[in-house]
Ligand binder design. Structure first.
Ligand code: ARG
Length: 298
């Protein structure tokens, strides 16, 4: 299939609403934080936090997240946590699940940037094998790819948004475009605090995105503005310290978001969404919040 990777507005040659539909995934996977801790530093948020995670707080915060999914009608699947893999709890990063128009479900496996996280991938692979997914390893030519930390499906459409620069190599996107037969809009990330695309872009529904513009190059912001008709801009403090853009909208209505994002929540309400505030403070110490703590699948 043809490779379609877009890096500027001038290149865009498709109409979003003419792209094939891809149903939103309706299932969610979570990994209990039994072995979660900050044991090494691989992003700026982890600095100074080694050994600082409060285990019982983390367990309660995770439980509340689990309950929040149940309350919106999603009963999460869980994966057995593994000793020695403290970041396995961030189960958005090891894979990119996809669904093809003929109903085939598959999963692309990540090449994690940090050696400490590489052994996580096999645990997610086993889960998706059990679910009957086609397993797609990456070619060796793609150095790094961190799954749904950097690659986000446009809600309802077969279009991929791809972040690169810190954890994912640009080379991932020509490969994914060809292998999955989908267009990819590639966005270079510019600020180490926003090292994954899911820290600065939350795709809420087909028309609406929540972003922190300062994390992108100007052309990236133009691309996002061109495709989404409504853009909510999180203020810097809420985006940088509270991970406002790591929110997750599982159903087009509710937006799970770290507690205290006052201005962002106001914008969400005005745009017709219902913010569901959750405390993820223990996970913020590791550079992750709601969006990274789950994987959606079909
Ligand atoms: N400590 C983890 C890491 O640095 C956090 C991952 C957060 N995930 C995310 N999708 N932003 O890899």
């Amino acid at each position: 299939m043809a490779t379609r990777v877009y890096t500027s507005v001038a290149d865009l040659d498709f109409d979003l609403y003419a792209l094939p539909r891809m149903p939103r995934p309706e299932r969610v996977l979570l990994v209990p934080p039994t072995h979660f801790e900050v044991a090494y530093v691989i992003n700026p948020h982890m600095e100074g936090n080694i050994g600082e995670v409060d285990e019982s707080e983390a367990a309660q915060q995770w439980q509340a997240l689990h309950e929040a999914y149940v309350r919106v009608g999603i009963q999460p699947a869980t994966l057995t946590p593994e000793p020695g893999l403290p970041d396995l709890v961030f189960c958005a990063n090891q894979t990119l699940p996809y669904r093809q128009s003929d109903g085939t479900r598959g999963v692309v496996l990540s090449h994690m940037y940090a050696p400490q996280r590489r052994p996580e991938v096999q645990h997610l692979t086993a889960f998706f094998e059990d679910q009957g997914y086609v397993i797609q390893p990456l070619p060796a030519s793609v150095n790094f790819f961190e799954g749904m930390g950097d690659a986000l499906w446009h809600p309802g459409r077969a279009l991929l948004w791809g972040g690169h620069g810190f954890r994912t190599s640009f080379a991932a996107y020509p490969h994914l475009s060809e292998a999955l037969g989908v267009p990819v809009i590639a966005l270079q990330l510019d600020d180490p605090d926003f090292y994954h695309l899911d820290t600065c872009l939350s795709v809420l529904d087909e028309h609406t995105a929540l972003i922190y513009p300062g994390a992108f190059q100007p052309e990236g912001v133009r691309l996002i503005r061109h495709v989404f008709s409504t853009i909510l801009e999180a203020p810097e403090d809420e985006a940088r310290t509270l991970f406002a853009c790591n929110a997750h909208c599982p159903d087009g209505t509710h937006v799970f978001i770290q507690q205290g994002c006052t201005e962002t929540n106001h914008m969400l309400r005005v745009a017709g969404f219902t913010p569901v505030e959750l405390a993820t403070d223990e996970f913020l110490k590791s550079g992750g919040s709601v969006f990274c703590m789950k994987q959606m699948f079909w």
